[in-house]
Write a protein that binds this ligand. Structure first.
Ligand SMILES: Nc1nc2c(c(=O)[nH]1)N[C@H]1C(S)=C(S)[C@@H](COP(=O)(O)OP(=O)(O)OC[C@H]3O[C@@H](n4cnc5c(=O)[nH]c(N)nc54)[C@H](O)[C@@H]3O)O[C@H]1N2
Ligand SMILES: Nc1nc2c(c(=O)[nH]1)N[C@H]1C(S)=C(S)[C@@H](COP(=O)(O)OP(=O)(O)OC[C@H]3O[C@@H](n4cnc5c(=O)[nH]c(N)nc54)[C@H](O)[C@@H]3O)O[C@H]1N2
Ligand SMILES: [Mo]
Length: 750
């Protein structure tokens, strides 16, 4: 029995959903699933160990060489000196002031990408951006590692912001369930990834939908390198990574040449098919994109391609594309081509037909809700207009002043002297980490707010210990969820941690911008203000939201904002009448050929979708690097978060590498063996798991193991980003190319 006096149970929310937390005294002692979640994730189980882990940053810490000599030398390898808060804030503020006076605010990089924690007010990105704006601005970043490439290309094709397309236009699960006959999933739909969502999903439903699809006889086809990317019971067409565009072109070729293309749809709703068709048929380049052409590229036999094309053309077919396909070099092409393929089938705008993106990427895609706005900390305005594509940070640090192209614009990389990061772990998320470590030596000062001594914190000059959500009060809500949470402060700050808000308030005050940053409000005041705005917005839309005191008492409520009835269909009004409801493209139609993109003159992203192989894929395998590495999201955590405690679990590190029995046998590797995964960029250790669920020639190593300390020639924990290539998807998208990398694997003696 628990002692009520010392033990308290409350519900809180996170990016991986709601869960119950048991607190005894100053400690979180256990977590339990939230009763309303049909498929609760196991991720929170490790939370108590992580929150109280020895790797928490205890006090403000300044790297010795920087403190004594203001030198970058030793960054990442030197020890830190702990200082009292006031002293550390004084030192940091003085240096920020020096940089902005000497070099201007465009020498400060505050792109600060990362997921940080759920909770609306203590949202680290909003906090750091507001702070930097209050002191004169910063160089920002555009897009995300998740969908950066799609965010650039898809508005040219469909004329709508990519994230709006996902969250407000695409077919709902119910529509798919009720109308789709064939679900073709490039890159699968994996309930493992849908555990997670920005701000959290409370009821995890993805696996449940697949049970219902199976019961109603929907044929689900997973196309990609891993069978396990889709639930059991789905068909699997095993495909070489990065070859989806070749397969899609061959499907399109069959559809066109067998008279299965819907030319009425193409005429009425699209532009540029006449420019694309000669390429498809080989009239413009002498290379018809037949199944026989595609087979050796994508590793799928021509008969399977033909049968699949015919099946797609003769049933209500919904094509889904995982975000992973655009997280690779030339990731623009499979995205654009999937839209063209769907247009040729003529089912866009019909319920359960057409195309959609990222149904398995995060929970909440496919859910139909009345959108409520609000609960966002205003970020003020940024006087610095410089913005880099988010995944080009390594290039920016290496090449100040160098020109680069991005989606039709030419710009030069700024000369960054100071980096301020809160709520992200670039030494988790960026590609080619050994190269980033070198580039990271260039700025004069690096300031990081972090709860844990991550690889990024270890590579900073000044580290401010940040609280976790369990140490502060907040409101949990997400545009993709119908639950609303009061997230109580469950325990006092661990060691001397402070909220990001208080850290930045301390810096802003020292820089003469205290009032601009805080407006004289405490965290509590801000939460009350933002909540009141949110309630008012709800009232405008006829949704009653309880007052804050009631929410605090209830802990969580469910809002009546689901619209599960007749469900959403992508572009239904456009299909109804394309003249009255045109798309936002220059032509008002789906752009199979884009004059805008053609006008950019990019050979790596021309005016219509084309087959462009990446520099690294199985078609370019070499004796030194014969295997394609995919680095998917980890099932047991969010990115690199909670890693400190997970890594303590006996046998958990290095991370598990999945490889095919044939590739394992050729190297004398068995399940459980320690292996070395390597290429010219780096090497890491991993633990082998031999499986037939992966295509021969492909290996999979999830992201998130903490990048080790510099100096070693092998990353001990199994971080795939020592192996990945740091190159933009193309001059158009400039997204992350994490999924296109070649490696080899060798057995390590234990
Ligand atoms: N090879 C490869 N690499 C990839 C990908 C891939 O598919 N393959 N995927 C990419 C993608 S899609 C993404 S989104 C990125 C994710 O990359 P990130 O978002 O950078 O990863 P996280 O581990 O979530 O980093 C969040 C950090 O914020 C800290 N944090 C949490 N809460 C707070 C807070 O309240 N305040 C402060 N100050 N800090 C906090 C956490 O401890 C953690 O260190 O990785 C990318 N990297
Ligand atoms: N548990 C958990 N869930 C998460 C996250 C997490 O850290 N943990 N992170 C979240 C985030 S930030 C994001 S952006 C999403 C990402 O969601 P996605 O981008 O959909 O997921 P990934 O795990 O990167 O990749 C999914 C699968 O794509 C396959 N794949 C890779 N390359 C190719 C290719 O060229 N063609 C085809 N057909 N398949 C390919 C791989 O086999 C891989 O397993 O996941 C979210 N969900
Ligand atoms: Mo992401």
């Amino acid at each position: 029995m628990t002692d009520e006096a010392t033990r308290l149970t409350r519900v809180t929310s996170s990016h991986w959903g709601a869960f119950e937390v048991d607190v005894a005294g100053d400690r979180i002692v256990a977590t339990r699933p939230f009763s309303g979640d049909p498929q609760p994730p196991r991720i929170p189980e490790i939370l108590p160990a992580a929150v109280h882990h020895r790797s928490r940053v205890a006090r403000p810490s300044i790297r010795r060489g920087w403190l004594e000599h203001r030198t970058a030398a030793g960054r990442g390898s030197e020890d830190f000196v702990e200082l009292p808060w006031d002293e550390a804030l004084d030192i940091a503020a003085k240096d920020i002031d020096r940089v902005r006076r000497t070099h201007g605010n465009d020498a400060i990089f505050g792109g600060s990408y990362g997921w940080s924690s759920a909770g609306r007010f203590h949202h680290a990105q909003s906090q750091v951006h507001r702070f930097l704006n209050s002191i004169g601005g910063y160089v920002a970043s555009f897009g995300s590692y998740s969908t950066g490439c799609a965010q650039s290309i898809m508005p040219h094709v469909f004329g709508v912001d990519f994230l709006k397309l996902l969250y407000e236009h695409q077919d709902g699960w119910q529509t798919i369930h009720d109308h789709t006959e064939t679900l073709v999933m490039f890159g699968g739909i994996n309930p493992k990834n849908a555990q997670v969502s920005m701000g959290g999903i409370t009821e995890h439903e993805t696996a449940g939908w697949f049970d219902r699809f199976a019961a109603s006889g929907i044929r689900c086809i997973n196309i990609g390198p891993q069978r396990s990317d889709a639930p059991e019971g789905c068909d699997w067409i095993s495909l070489r990574p990065a070859s989806d565009t070749a397969l899609m072109l061959a499907l399109a070729h069959v559809i066109e040449t067998e008279g299965l293309a819907d030319h009425d749809f193409l005429d009425r709703y699209t532009v540029g098919y006449d420019r694309f068709r000669p390429y498809l048929l080989g009239e413009s380049d002498g290379c018809p994109k037949t199944p026989e052409w595609a087979a050796p590229l994508c590793g799928v036999d021509p008969e399977t391609i033909r049968a699949t094309a015919r099946h797609m053309a003769t049933t209500r077919t919904f094509i889904t594309v995982a975000w992973s396909l655009q997280r690779g070099e030339h990731g623009e092409q499979p995205y654009w081509m999937s839209a063209v393929l769907a247009a040729m089938l003529g089912q866009i705008g019909l319920p359960g037909g057409g195309v959609g993106y990222g149904y398995g990427a995060i929970g909440g895609v496919g859910k139909s809700l009345i959108g409520l706005r609000g609960m966002t900390l205003p970020q003020l305005t940024n006087p610095v207009t410089r913005v880099i594509p988010v995944a080009r940070i390594g290039d920016m640090l290496r090449n100040p002043g160098q020109r680069y192209d991005f989606n039709g614009r030419r710009d030069t990389f700024p000369d960054i002297r100071l980096i301020c990061w809160a709520g992200g772990n670039p030494f988790h998320h960026h590609q080619d980490l050994n190269a980033l470590h070198e580039a990271w030596q260039r700025p004069e000062t690096i300031i990081v707010n972090e709860p844990w001594w991550t690889a990024t914190a270890k590579r900073a000059d000044i580290v401010f210990p940040a609280t976790t959500p369990y140490e502060r009060e907040d409101i949990g809500r997400s545009n993709l969820d119908d639950y609303l949470f009061h997230m109580p402060r469950l325990i006092p700050p661990v060691h001397e941690a402070r909220d990001d808000y208080d850290i930045f308030a301390g810096l802003a005050a020292r820089l003469g911008a205290g009032d601009i940053y805080t407006e004289g409000l405490s965290s509590e005041d801000w939460i009350a203000r933002l909540y009141a705005e949110y309630r008012a917005c709800g009232a405008e839309q006829g949704v009653e939201i309880p007052d804050l005191e009631t929410l605090k008492a209830e802990n969580w409520v469910r809002l009546p904002i689901r619209s599960d009835g007749p469900n959403r269909t992508l572009f239904a009004p456009f299909r109804e009448d394309p003249d009255r409801a045109p798309l936002g493209t220059p032509s008002g139609r789906i752009e199979i050929f884009s004059e805008t993109i053609d006008g950019f003159g990019y050979d790596d992203c021309p005016g219509h979708p084309v087959w462009l192989p990446p520099a690294e894929w199985l078609g370019a395998a070499t004796p030194a690097t014969p295997l394609h590495l995919v680095s998917p999201q980890p099932g047991d955590k969010l990115h690199s978060q909670l890693e400190s405690a997970l890594a303590d679990v006996e046998g958990a590190r290095p991370e598990i590498l999945i490889l095919h029995p044939q590739d394992a046998a050729a190297r004398g590797i068995e399940t459980g063996d320690l292996v070395r995964v390597f290429n010219a960029r780096g090497a890491c250790r991993a633990r082998a798991r031999v499986s037939r669920d992966i295509r021969q020639g492909v290996v999979a190593l999830p992201t998130g193991a903490w990048y080790g300390d510099p100096g070693g020639n092998i990353d001990p924990h199994g971080n795939p980003n020592v192996l990945t290539r740091d190159v933009g998807t193309s001059r158009l998208g400039q997204g992350s190319s994490a999924h296109t990398a070649l490696v080899d694997v060798a057995r390590l003696e234990a």
